[in-house]
Design a binder for this molecule. Structure first.
Ligand code: SF4
Length: 183
């Protein structure tokens, strides 16, 4: 959601006259490039051609992750043709031109991207309103048994005590369910 928030801050749909610069901007993607691999043990020697191996279908560590607007795929990656998987982003194209494994792919339609940005805007406004109204409760989330407190440098100073306080448990929705809920 952080990356969508940045994109949303610069998003100017057609007809938006609320800003000094009303040039229409179309949202193409909100992505990040993971540069640190989650800890994995490596058995044996690394492959002789490490770069080739990392760009193969089995290795996805150097592909940008996030949300991609289907209308901009060709501009984002001109090298990926039907029947191929992108070497730079986490999507693939079937031989018939459709998106591979669509319900797990980061690719969304233009309307879905707009809905994600609108949802992000609404949630940020809600959060800002709650803070302005004095609600500064410490309320970390938990998803799939993990919470940001697990990695937080401020745990020893924080009012939240994972041993006695409860995190908000988030439901783990798949892509179709997320899009169904916000559109
Ligand atoms: S320890 Fe406190 S500051 Fe750190 S993530 Fe958890 S709630 Fe937030």
């Amino acid at each position: 959601m952080s990356y969508l928030a940045v994109l949303q801050a610069h998003y100017r749909p057609a007809g938006d006259t609320g800003r000094a610069d009303t040039t229409e901007l179309a949202p193409a993607a909100a992505v990040y490039l993971p540069i640190v691999r989650k800890g994995e043990s490596q058995k044996g020697q690394p492959p002789p051609k490490l770069l080739d191996a990392e760009l193969s279908d089995e290795w996805i560590v150097h592909r940008a992750r996030g949300v991609l607007n289907q209308d901009w795929l060709e501009q984002l990656d001109r090298t990926t043709k039907p029947g191929m998987r992108s070497a730079h982003f986490g999507f693939g194209i079937n031989n018939n031109g459709s998106i591979r494994d669509a319900n797990r792919s980061p690719v969304v339609t233009d309307a879905q991207m707009t809905a994600l940005l609108e949802h992000c805007r609404t949630r940020l406004a809600e959060l800002g309103g709650r803070i302005a109204a004095g609600d500064i409760a410490v309320s970390p989330y938990e998803l799939n048994g993990q919470s940001p407190c697990d990695y937080c440098e401020f745990l020893s100073l924080c009012r939240f005590d994972p041993l006695s306080d409860n995190c908000r448990t988030l439901a783990n929705y798949d892509k179709a369910e997320v899009l169904r809920r916000i559109t």
